[in-house]
Design a binder for this molecule. Structure first.
Ligand SMILES: [Zn+2]
Length: 108
C-alpha cells in the first residue's frame, strides 16, 4: 500500500502501514503508533462497504456461458422503467461507465 500521508493529523507522529480489522473485514491503513488513529484510503472504505453489504447499489460481475453478466438492482430497473427488451447504451466517462437506458417502445 502507498503511504498517502506521513504524519498523524492528531498528534504529528509518523504513521506506519498497518492492517485494521473492522467488523471482520481486513483493511489496509496507516496507523499512528502513538495515539492509535487509523487512516484509510477511499478505496479501502469502498471495499469495507462492499464486504459488509453497506452499499446497496453494488453488483458483482458474474459468468453466464461465455458472457460476463451483471444483475441489476430492482430499484434501478423501477426508477428507470427498464423492461426486458429495452436497450442500454454504454458511455465511457472519466469516473466509470454510464449506462443510458433506451426504451424499446421509444425507437420502434
Ligand atoms: Zn497520532
Amino acid at each position: 500500500m502507498k503511504k498517502f500521508m506521513e504524519k498523524c493529523y492528531k498528534c504529528g507522529t509518523n504513521v506506519k502501514v498497518d492492517k485494521s480489522i473492522k467488523e471482520g473485514v481486513a483493511l489496509d491503513c496507516l496507523k499512528c503508533p502513538k495515539c492509535g488513529e487509523e487512516y484509510f484510503t477511499s478505496s479501502e472504505l469502498v471495499k469495507f462497504d462492499i464486504m459488509t453489504g453497506k452499499r446497496k447499489l453494488v453488483r458483482k460481475f458474474g459468468v453466464l456461458g461465455d458472457s460476463t453478466v451483471m444483475r441489476f438492482p430492482s430499484k434501478v430497473l423501477k426508477n428507470y422503467d427498464i423492461k426486458p427488451g429495452d436497450y442500454g447504451v454504454f458511455e465511457n466517462r472519466p469516473e466509470g461507465i454510464l449506462i443510458k437506458p433506451i426504451h424499446a417502445k421509444d425507437i420502434s
